[in-house]
Design a binder for this molecule. Structure first.
Ligand SMILES: [Zn+2]
Length: 444
């Protein structure tokens, strides 16, 4: 059947996406639009399904303002973002699928970078040669500690939707938890990264400064927000979204790596930053803002590892290293880390389309990023984005998540250290209250 409406849209799209260079794009009137880059298949569906969007007079007319390599640049009213996210979830069973950019200029720059990606050095600056440190830190990863963090975050803060009125409470809790783990380390800082008008939810960043290569930054990230479809989270306090797997499990993995690193006096040569991103579920808002800021400041982020959903053991292999919007060389390094330090585990590859989690924010600026995930994409946790994304849904156990914490610890050590360093001192009790500074290992 011929669809005249679709034909008109396609005709408009052909006109609008004809110019390839950013300078040739047509001017558009100012309004409350938000600018996104989105997977082309999601765009095609959203064009149809958002047209009659209830609550928005006249629906939403999505224009294809630019397109390249399966990614479309468009804009939509801010009020339609949740509806777009719901299409991604219900029709494509994905998280993310689009990146919300802070401005039209940033969205257009993202398209330009798709056409001309930043050239990276051919050789990774890391090797796998820090067995003593990895063994010490990964060996102390505690499954009960990870489970405790997941449980606390998903039950005490069962609604971490980015625009929820109490969203600062969970961000405060993460910051205070990380501050408590850094109590004996005055060199370690924990800060909010405020995203201005993009979202009221701040990201949280813990920084272990590098001793000899402080300008080279390693990032380990996960997202603190949660979401639930079919329920108006911003206005209904009863509408809980526990997000235990998605992504309290990622924040818990980061927290456990921080705990074992700081309890053992780990002092990297490169700067290591742990990031609890805001507002991932509505277009990778927090990570995009941070990555854009770092890019604008010329910061040299040398490696990024994303931890989003680690607790659901849904596939035959243990750890899946995702291709697409990630760096092949860093991915090979990550799988080497699994083989070297967790040789009894199996790893596999899978893919989840454009911008399925925060690694894509870094990737789009040309930074090397990898994404380690709980299963194949098809076999991932079916309860996410619902009231049933609870600890009980994955058996009340963080055994699977602990594999990711050991991997993340190995990643932090092998990317954070460079060359020969003294081995770690004997194990310290992480809950030691006495002065433990005498145990500190100083790495030249
Ligand atoms: Zn997620």
């Amino acid at each position: 059947m011929f669809d005249s409406g679709l034909a008109a849209s396609l005709a408009l799209a052909m006109v609008l996406c004809a110019p390839a260079a950013s300078g040739a794009r047509a001017p558009l009137p100012a309004d409350d639009s938000v600018w996104i880059t989105v997977d082309a298949d999601i765009f095609a569906s959203a064009q149809r399904r958002l047209a009659p969007l209830p609550g928005l007079a006249g629906g939403v007319v999505l224009e294809k303002l630019d397109a390249h390599a399966g990614v479309v640049l468009t804009r939509l009213p801010a009020a339609a973002i949740d509806a777009l996210a719901e299409i991604v979830h219900t029709e494509f069973r994905r998280c993310g699928g689009f990146i919300r950019h802070a401005s039209r200029a940033r969205a257009e720059a993202a398209m330009d970078r798709l056409r001309e990606p930043r050239l990276l050095p051919l050789v990774l600056p890391f090797t796998i040669d820090q067995q003593a440190w990895v063994a010490a830190l990964a060996g102390q990863v505690s499954e009960p500690a990870i489970l405790s963090t997941i449980t606390e975050l998903s039950t005490a803060f069962p609604n971490r939707y980015h625009a929820h009125h109490a969203v600062h409470h969970s961000a405060d809790w993460i910051r205070n938890l990380w501050l408590s783990l850094a109590a004996q380390r005055p060199d370690v800082t924990v800060d909010f990264f405020d995203h201005g008008g993009l979202t009221p939810q701040p990201s949280v960043i813990l920084t272990i400064p590098g001793s000899s290569l402080p300008g080279e930054i390693v990032v380990l990230g996960g997202h603190q927000d949660s979401t639930r479809f079919g329920c108006s989270i911003s206005s209904n306090p009863a509408c809980v979204a526990p997000g235990a797997d998605d992504d309290a499990s990622g924040i818990a993995v980061l927290t456990e790596v921080i705990r074992v690193a700081l309890a053992n006096g780990f002092r990297p040569q490169r700067t290591v930053q742990f990031m609890a991103y805001a507002a991932e579920e509505v277009g990778l808002v927090g990570s995009e803002d941070i990555a854009a800021t770092y890019d604008a400041q010329g910061k040299n982020v040398v490696a990024v590892l994303q931890q989003d959903m680690t607790a659901w053991e849904g596939s035959v292999q243990d750890i899946y290293v995702y291709t697409g919007n990630t760096d092949p060389e860093l991915n090979a390094f990550v799988s080497d880390l699994v083989e070297t330090y967790q040789p009894t585990l199996g790893w596999g590859s899978s893919t989840c389309g454009y911008a399925c989690s925060d690694h894509a924010s870094w990737w789009q600026f040309g930074y090397r990023a990898s994404f380690a995930f709980e299963s194949t994409f098809d076999q991932s946790n079916p309860y996410i984005h619902s009231i049933n994304d609870t600890v009980a849904s994955f058996g009340g156990s963080a055994v699977h998540a602990a594999k990711f914490a050991r991997l993340a610890a190995a990643f932090m050590v092998e990317t954070g250290l460079d060359g020969v360093v003294p081995p770690p001192m004997p194990f310290l009790d992480g809950f030691e209250t006495a002065d433990t500074s005498r145990w500190t290992v100083t790495i030249p």
